[in-house]
Design a binder for this molecule. Structure first.
Ligand code: NAP
Ligand code: DHK
Length: 515
C-alpha cells in the first residue's frame, strides 16, 4: 500500500452545477478522487442531485454528509442523512463516509442493503488534539469492529510532534493490511497530509484553491502535486525541511523541491512549523528525517542540539543547516548564511571592478554591519575572515559592542552611523528586518548616508528590492539583494543534503519564476 495514496479534492461548493465544474477541474489538475460534501449544498434534493453528481462524475467519488456535531454543515436529523447516503450507494458512489458515532445505526438502517461496490469509510474527527498512540489504536479497533472498509481518523496538531503518533498508527495499520486515512489537522499537522504515502495512508485531501478547504490545514492540489511531488513519495523517500516559527513564508519548499526533482534525488522538502526544536528532533529521530534548514527563532537551538558543529557555525553562534550523518545518525550543524552572503558580495565586487584579484575584494575594506542578530553575526564573521575592517551598528548598542569584541571590530551607535564616512569604497550590510514585508516603506539608514558607500547589501529578501536598496541604486551605488544570499545559502544546503553539486541555473530560474 505505501507509496500509492490517493489524492482527494473536497468539493464544498453551494450548487450542484459548481460542484460538477469543480470535479472536471479536479480531474484535469490530476486529482484521483473527489469528495462530494452534500452538507455544503445550499438546497439539496437527494434523488435529483445525487443522480446528476454521480452520473456525471469524471473521477471516483466519495460522498459525505457531515453533521454539525462532527464539524460539518448539516443540522437536521440522521434519518435524512442516512437516506441520502444510501441513495448515493444506489447511484454507485465509490465511497461513502459515515461518522463512527452513528456508524452502527447507519449499518442497521442499511440492514442487508449494503452495496459491495461502495467502500464504507468510517470516520472520527477530533478538533482539539491528537490522543495517545494507545488511544488512537483503540479507536482504529473500534472503527474496524463496526465494519468499516476504510478507517478514517482526523485529529488536531497542537504541536508538530503529535503527527508522529498518527504515523505510528498508520504504519501499524499498513502492516495489518487495514486501509487507513490518518490526518492531523492544522498548520502543525501539514506533514501528515504530505507524507501520507510514506506512512501508508490510503488517501489525503487537497483543495482546488486556497479558501476551499473542508478542514484546517489542507494544502492545495497544485502544492501537493507540484511542490511536494506527492506521487513520487515512497516509504523510503527522505524528508528534509525548513524548521521555523513562522515558516509559511519560506520559498525553501519550492526551491529545494524543484532542485531535488531536477537531479532525481528521492526526497521531499517540507515547511516544518516547530515550537520546541529539541523535542522535534527527538521525535523525528529516524534516519529518514535526514536534514533541515533552520530559520528564526531556532538557529541557536540548532547549534545547541548539534552533536558536532562546523567550527565557523560555532563561532558565529548559529546553525542554519543540520544534517543527520547516515553512518551514525549524529547531527552535524553548519552555517551557509555566511558563505551565501559573503560570496554574493564578493562576486558583485569582482564583477563591478572588472579585476580578478588573488585575495578577497573585501580585504582591507570598511565593512559596516547593521544589526547584531543571527544574520549580523554571520556577516560580521564572514567579512572579518576575508580581511575586512568590520564596524557594527545596532539598535541595542550593548549587542553591537559584544559582536564587535567577538570579531575584533568597532562598535558604533545608529546615530553616529548617519555621518560615518571615514573613507571611500565602504560596504554596508543591513541585517536588521527593517524594510521587510509588510513594512516596505521603512529603511534602516537615510538616503543621504548611503552616499558614503560603494556597495549596499540587504539580507531581507521579501521584497527583493527594499527601500534601502532602491535608494542606494538611485544614488548609483552597487547593490546586492537578500535573494542572492538566499539562493547561495540554499545551494550550500543542497550540497550538504545530497552530496551533489547544486543545480544553480534551475534554482535561479525557479526563484525568478516566483517573483
Ligand atoms: P534576529 O537575530 O532577530 O536579529 C534582528 C536584528 O535586527 C537585531 O540586531 C535587532 O536589533 C535588529 N532590529 C530588529 N528590529 C529593529 C528595529 N525596529 N530597529 C532597529 N533594529 C532592529 O534576526 P536575523 O535572523 O538576524 O534576521 C534578520 C533579517 O535577515 C531578517 O529580515 C531575515 O529575513 C533576514 N535573513 C535573510 C536571509 C537570506 O537568506 N536572505 C538569511 C537569514 C536572515 P536589537 O539587537 O536591538 O534587537
Ligand atoms: C531562512 C534562513 O534564515 C536560512 O538560513 C535558511 C530560510 C532558509 C528560509 O526562509 O527558507 O536556510
Amino acid at each position: 500500500m505505501a507509496g500509492v495514496s490517493l489524492v482527494c479534492v473536497p468539493l464544498v461548493a453551494k450548487s450542484v452545477e459548481q460542484m460538477l465544474s469543480e470535479m472536471a477541474t479536479a480531474k484535469v489538475r490530476g486529482a484521483d478522487v473527489v469528495e462530494i460534501r452534500l452538507d455544503h449544498l445550499a438546497s439539496f434534493e437527494p434523488r435529483r442531485d445525487l443522480d446528476l453528481l454521480l452520473r456525471n462524475r469524471p473521477l471516483p467519488a466519495l460522498v459525505t454528509y457531515r453533521p454539525k456535531w462532527e464539524g460539518g454543515e448539516y443540522e437536521g436529523d440522521d434519518g435524512r442523512r442516512f437516506e441520502a447516503l444510501f441513495l448515493a450507494m444506489e447511484f454507485g458512489a465509490d465511497y461513502v463516509d459515515i461518522e463512527l458515532k452513528v456508524a452502527q445505526e447507519f449499518l442497521d438502517y442499511l440492514s442487508g442493503k449494503r452495496q459491495d461496490r461502495t467502500k464504507l469509510i468510517v470516520s472520527s474527527h477530533n478538533y482539539q488534539s491528537t490522543p495517545s498512540t494507545e488511544d488512537l489504536s483503540s479507536l482504529v479497533a473500534r472503527i474496524q469492529a463496526v465494519g468499516a472498509d476504510i478507517v478514517k481518523i482526523a485529529t488536531t496538531a497542537v504541536d508538530i510532534v503529535d503527527v508522529a503518533r498518527m504515523f505510528e498508527v498508520m504504519v501499524h495499520c499498513q502492516e495489518q493490511q487495514v486501509p487507513m486515512i490518518g490526518l492531523v489537522m492544522g498548520e502543525r499537522g501539514l506533514i501528515s497530509r504530505i507524507l501520507c504515502p510514506k506512512f501508508g495512508g490510503y488517501l489525503t485531501f487537497a483543495t482546488l484553491s486556497v479558501g476551499k478547504e473542508s478542514a484546517p490545514g489542507q494544502p492545495t492540489l497544485s502544492d501537493l502535486l507540484d511542490i511536494y511531488n506527492i506521487k513520487q513519495i515512497r516509504a523510503d523517500t527522505k524528508v528534509y525541511g525548513i524548521v521555523g516559527k513562522p515558516v509559511g513564508h519560506s520559498k525553501g519548499p519550492i526551491l529545494h523541491g524543484a532542485a531535488f526533482r531536477s537531479v532525481g534525488y528521492d526526497a521531499v522538502y517540507l515547511p516544518l512549523l516547530v515550537d520546541d526544536f529539541a523535542s522535534f528532533l527527538h521525535t523525528y529521530s529516524s534516519p529518514d528525517f535526514a536534514g533541515f534548514s533552520v530559520t528564526m527563532p531556532h538557529k541557536e537551538a540548532a547549534l545547541a542540539c548539534s552533536d558536532e558543529v562546523d567550527p565557523i557555525a560555532k563561532y558565529i553562534g548559529a546553525v542554519n543547516t543540520l544534517i543527520k550523518r547516515p553512518s551514525d545518525g549524529k547531527l552535524i550543524g553548519y552555517n551557509t548564511d555566511y558563505t551565501g552572503a559573503i560570496s554574493a558580495i564578493e562576486t558583485t565586487l569582482q564583477g563591478s571592478s572588472g579585476k580578478v584579484s588573488a585575495g578577497s575584494p573585501l580585504a582591507d575594506k570598511v565593512f559596516v554591519v547593521l544589526g547584531a542578530g543571527g544574520a549580523g553575526k554571520a556577516l560580521a564573521y564572514g567579512a572579518k575572515e576575508k580581511g575586512a575592517r568590520v564596524v557594527i551598528a545596532n539598535r541595542t548598542y550593548e549587542r553591537a559592542k559584544e559582536l564587535a569584541n567577538l570579531v575584533g571590530g568597532q562598535p558604533i551607535s545608529l546615530a553616529d552611523l548617519e555621518n560615518f564616512h571615514p573613507e571611500e569604497g565602504m560596504i554596508l550590510a543591513n541585517t536588521t528586518s527593517i524594510g521587510m514585508h509588510p513594512n516596505i516603506h521603512d529603511t534602516p539608514l537615510s538616503k543621504q548616508a548611503l552616499k558614503s558607500y560603494a556597495l549596499v547589501f540587504d539580507a531581507i529578501y521579501n521584497p527583493v528590492v527594499t527601500r534601502l536598496l532602491r535608494e542606494a541604486e538611485e544614488l548609483g551605488v552597487t547593490i546586492v539583494t537578500g535573494m542572492e544570499m538566499f539562493i547561495r545559502q540554499a545551494m550550500g544546503q543542497f550540497e550538504l543534503f545530497t552530496g551533489l553539486p547544486a543545480p544553480e541555473k534551475l534554482m535561479r530560474d525557479t526563484l525568478l519564476s516566483m517573483q
